[in-house]
Design a protein around this ligand. Sequence first.
Ligand code: ATP
Ligand code: MG
Length: 333
Amino acid sequence: MQTIFSGIQPSGIPTIGNYIGAMKQFVALQEDYNSYYCIVDEHAITMPQDRLKLREQIKSLAALYLAIGLDPEKSIIFIQSEVSAHAEAAWIVQCNTSLGELERMTQFKDKSLKNKRAGVSAGLLTYPPLMVADIILYQTDLVPVGDDQKQHLELTRDFVERFNNKYSSGQPILTLPEVKIPEEGGRIMSLQEPTKKMSKSDKNAKSFISMLDEPSIIRKKFKSAVTDSSGIIEYDPINKPGISNLLVIFSAFSGQSIDSLVTMYTGKGYGEFKDELATAVIAVMEPIQQRHAELLKSDELDLILDQGAESARKVANKTLQKMKNAVGLGRKS
Ligand code: ATP
Ligand code: MG
């Protein structure tokens, strides 16, 4: 059976962008793959976080993984910082990655530009090697992610090829992973600035719909989503990015194609469209939110995370040892 790895940062509450681009795929894929789904808390601290809020978000994300339908009998669900091999492998990856490669990463450029480069953490620059470590430790074949992670996955593949070429004699040490981005919904845009990606860490809460937003808030946020003045519902991401983004979201939540939605809403106004879009999103989110609240109150969650970390450690340590041997660290061979 092939292996899947993917992670979400507990840097906020996941948005419908995270759900459509990544989490929705996790549930379907766990049936056919050996799956590892991680709460990547070490990635979250590349940006400033409040410690108590971070702790809360870690648990909340774990509960959301289960609430969307991830089954601990089929998937290994764990917290990154509880498996120390991630940070250790990341060091070996960093020492085999050039500064030039990291400085080219658009996410680093975006996030450091917003926060003035000299003041951002060095971790923001070395975040991709940690992500490479996350993936390679499980000998991952497939990584389901949103479109914004494409460049990081290319870096991962380059690293694996370089590492194997340099250090393997015969059998490759690391598995070369493939990326899996959904054909539609790989990049859900901000509701307020539809030319920008929707992000859970956005300061403006109106720009995203979080998976835990109450139904009335969901309805309100869609109502105030930026569109245009033409009043015609059609799919044209270049000239009408706002309404096109809403069509992609509607399609992902209703299962109807964009074409059929456009036909359905011919001659109808944005107000009616947005209200029915909200209804479709609420119908999917409400049961997830109920299950999430129950899980947070139960003891089940800690038990699942303890077992997840233990299973992950076994596999990750094996690969880490191979990497240490390859580069000549320590005494064992
Ligand atoms: P942050 O702002 O803290 O970076 P984020 O919303 O970008 O948060 P991540 O934890 O970085 O979320 O990413 C988790 C997963 O969700 C990744 O697979 C990423 O590609 C995907 N993803 C993030 N934003 C979107 C989006 N707007 N549309 C589709 N997928 C997305
Ligand atoms: Mg992100």
